[in-house]
Design a protein around this ligand. Sequence first.
Ligand code: NAD
Ligand code: LMR
Length: 367
Amino acid sequence: MIPGEEGNRKVLSSHPIAGERGRHMGTGAEEIAVTGEGDDGMKKPIRVAVTGAAGNIGYALLWRIASGDCFGTNQPVILQLLEIPPGMQRLDGVIMELKDSAFSLLHGIVGTDDPNIAFNEADAIFLVGSRPRTKDMDRSDLVAANGPIFVGQGKAIDAMASPNVKVVTVGNPCNTNALIACANAPSIPSRQFSAMTRLDQNRAVGQMAEHAGVPASKIHDVFIWGNHANTMYPDPRFATVDGKMATEIFDREWLQGSFLDTVATRGKAIIVARGASSAASAASAATDHMRDWWQGSNGRIVSMALPSEGWYGVPEGLVFSFPCRCENGDVIVVEDLPVDSFAQSKIDENVAVLLEEREAVSELLGS
Ligand code: NAD
Ligand code: LMR
């Protein structure tokens, strides 16, 4: 329970979607008493917080979570949705639509502009809320606008979330925002914080599948090193295409040229074409990221940006995308892959950019 909020919450929960700009709009989530796996195989509900819930990514992501795509079809969820005050009316509408979708796994919805309420006892958190860039910006240009958001949210996660919470940061620049949130949540182990490079991995899969003329399901183990920025390296060296090595199917010129460039600059291309930043594909990637973390990656390599523990010589603490496998709720960095000179130069380039970003936000990292 949230200190000092108990009375307030009870009143508001019994008035679902009060109509006025509530700090907390509930569907009675607090009253639901599910204590364990039931006869129907259903598990106890988990609390899933999503920030920026009334934004474009939120509008796609919430439906994937509520349908069971992320946490499993026997895992009920209570959605705890955070917005800023100007977004609360839109959030009202989103909550109405979620209710109107009649998801059997959706056991409660909380809508709030208070991070302490949104993150209360949260088992999984999607940090989406923040400003997207426009076509004349780089993602790193958002550090000044978005970085401070992750100070308060990191502190609220520290104070309120489940000690086992899993956090994925989507809001850009996501690696450095994850670093800020992690630094402001000292009681939560850093391995529980991550940033999303799964969209970049999925883009790499899409490009390979199209180039080879096979469905995406035939592409395995292509992954991303580094920063969710133009410097990222989609590493094809261990990837397979329908069981054959990608490096035998595609020539080096394409892999180090237009494949790499297309993946690294896809975000800008989408902004130019749509007039808005990627949203449905970002929500899909966030679902994939958390699903694999929660349910396992079945032996496959997946890309997750994690606070480095010195892996591959990346300075400790930098949030850097590595090849990972997920098992039993844990992420394991695949530590024994050989690094050739091209890969090393890309790793070094990303380290340099992330060190610069870390320096730029040093005053947001606490003591
Ligand atoms: P959007 O503008 O449609 O929605 C953002 C929402 O966040 C808005 O509703 C806004 O009110 C809310 N918000 C702003 N500050 C907030 C705060 N402090 N707390 C809670 N909510 C807050 O943007 P979007 O298209 O949903 O994109 C969100 C972010 O995700 C952007 O930073 C974008 O660049 C990033 N993004 C990252 C990836 C990735 O691969 N990592 C992919 C796509 C987009
Ligand atoms: C993306 O990769 O689509 C997002 O990070 C949006 C952006 O600014 O590129």
